[in-house]
Ligand binder design. Structure first.
Ligand code: NAD
Ligand code: MG
Length: 407
């Protein structure tokens, strides 16, 4: 595409521009989810600008087929092989290929497309996302668990190969934008903003008794169920610190969190001369998604425009790690490094899954993660993980350990 490559520091090389004339060929991994829907809504707003190559889903074959037909995809892949017949039948006569299984999702990521939107939830997206990066695609990364579990592996690949890694997470898109064109040597700190989630003003005892409906009731963002629970525990912010650490090559001490309940400032970068550069916008994922797709240019999006006079106030407060222990655990795992973030993530995925099934209390999510991390450390599971297979082995072992901890 002739686009420049963001360096490990997140700063693009200068002086190169995108071809303006050709549609962007795009694959969406996780097309039936919240990020998938926001991405497809940008495509629907300007269909001539995109050429959809492949769409994938976990097991919702019906929605996947409908999207594949509407957006004229070449290929639709469902991860669950039991849903293959349904997908095949729904696509009969359309000329759209159907496939199923994890290997077929990786094949979809490997099929030539300028850009791959990585919007699978959890560590399940690791292999396909890395494959897309390796073959030289632009990887628009929403699937933050990739960098949490395998940050070194992904960033090494960015340096080694032709692929690009562009952040989709709103905070990381903000940091990326606040770093562009700046003197990296003058960077002092990065402050990641957090909404505080639905329990920001709740007491520790009230949080202890929180129900699933309480936890799913996010004040600002409409997202998939797993990340919504991560926002309620504030594990999401912890995962984002780890994501930022790898994406922008920062030391753990350079990263702060500030709670900003309005979610208007998406994050900020402080420089040695006292300047702070922030990125603002309404809380709508279509803005960071648009930037990851069109960078270094800007595309049009009909998101609501920011009206500060109407909003009147932006407020800030320090995060409370006693009320939200998941944030502390993530910070500790970031500092420990090695396999610790992958263990943290695996235990969290298991615990959040149980909570979503109504089989765990809210406050036990962080307790499960903490105990799993302690045991994993005692068993030597948090050592270095040099390649994806080693990361996935830690992920699997930590999942088993977390299930054992839960009992
Ligand atoms: P979601 O649950 O709404 O969608 C997840 C998508 O992944 C679906 O298409 C689902 O079918 C697919 N999927 C799930 N498990 C799979 C598996 N095992 N194999 C293959 N496909 C699978 O989630 P989401 O909210 O869209 O989030 C996706 C990713 O983006 C997550 O990593 C999340 O942390 C990140 N993210 C989301 C938002 C947001 O606003 N929703 C913001 C920032 C980052
Ligand atoms: Mg975010």
């Amino acid at each position: 595409m002739g686009l420049s490559l963001p360096t490990r520091s997140g700063l693009p090389e200068s002086g190169q521009t995108a071809e303006a004339s050709r549609p962007l060929s795009l694959t969406i991994l996780g097309a039936t989810g919240s990020i998938g829907a926001s991405t497809l809504s940008l495509v629907a707003a300007d269909p001539a600008a995109f050429d959809i190559v492949a769409l994938t889903a976990n097991d919702n074959a019906e929605d996947l087929a409908a999207h594949a037909i509407k957006y004229r995809a070449q290929l639709a892949v469902v991860a669950n092989p039991e849903r293959y017949r349904e997908l095949k039948a729904a696509l009969a006569g359309t000329g759209i290929e159907a496939a199923a299984g994890e290997a077929a999702i990786i094949d979809a990521a490997n099929r030539p497309a300028d850009c791959v939107m990585a919007a699978i939830m959890g560590a399940a997206g690791l292999r396909a996302s890395l494959s897309a990066l390796r073959r030289g695609a632009r990887l628009a990364l929403a699937n933050k668990e990739c960098l949490v579990c395998a940050g070194d592996v992904f960033m090494r690949e960015v340096e080694r190969c032709e692929g690009q890694l562009l952040p989709v997470d709103s905070e990381h898109s903000a940091i990326f934008q606040a770093l562009e064109g700046q003197d990296r040597a003058g960077l002092e700190r990065v402050t990641v903003t957090a909404s505080g989630g639905p329990f920001r003003t709740w007491s520790k005892d009230e949080i202890e008794a929180a129900t699933l409906d309480d936890a799913l009731n996010h004040p600002n963002w409409s997202m998939g169920r797993k990340i919504t629970i991560d926002s309620a525990t504030m594990m999401n912010k912890g995962l984002e610190l780890i994501e930022a650490r790898f994406l922008f090559d920062l030391a753990p001490e350079q990263l702060d969190v500030v709670v900003h309940p309005q979610s208007i400032i998406h994050s900020m970068v402080s420089y040695t001369d006292g300047s702070v550069i922030a990125q603002l916008g309404m809380p709508d994922m279509r803005t960071p998604i648009a930037y990851a797709l069109s960078w270094p240019r800007r595309m049009k999006s009909d998101v609501a425009r920011l009206d500060l006079a109407q909003l009147r106030e932006l407020t800030f407060e320090a995060p409370d790690e006693a009320k939200f222990p998941a944030l502390r655990l993530a910070r500790e795992a970031m500092t420990t490094g090695g396999g610790a973030p992958a263990v943290l993530n695996a235990a969290n995925e298991i615990a959040v899954g149980r909570f979503l099934e109504g089989r765990m209390r809210f406050a036990d999510i962080a307790r499960t993660v903490e105990t799993t991390l302690d045991r994993a450390s005692a068993e030597g599971l948090t050592g270095a993980a040099d390649d994806l297979d080693a990361v996935l082995a830690i992920d699997h072992a930590a999942r088993d350990l977390a299930c054992h901890v839960i009992g």
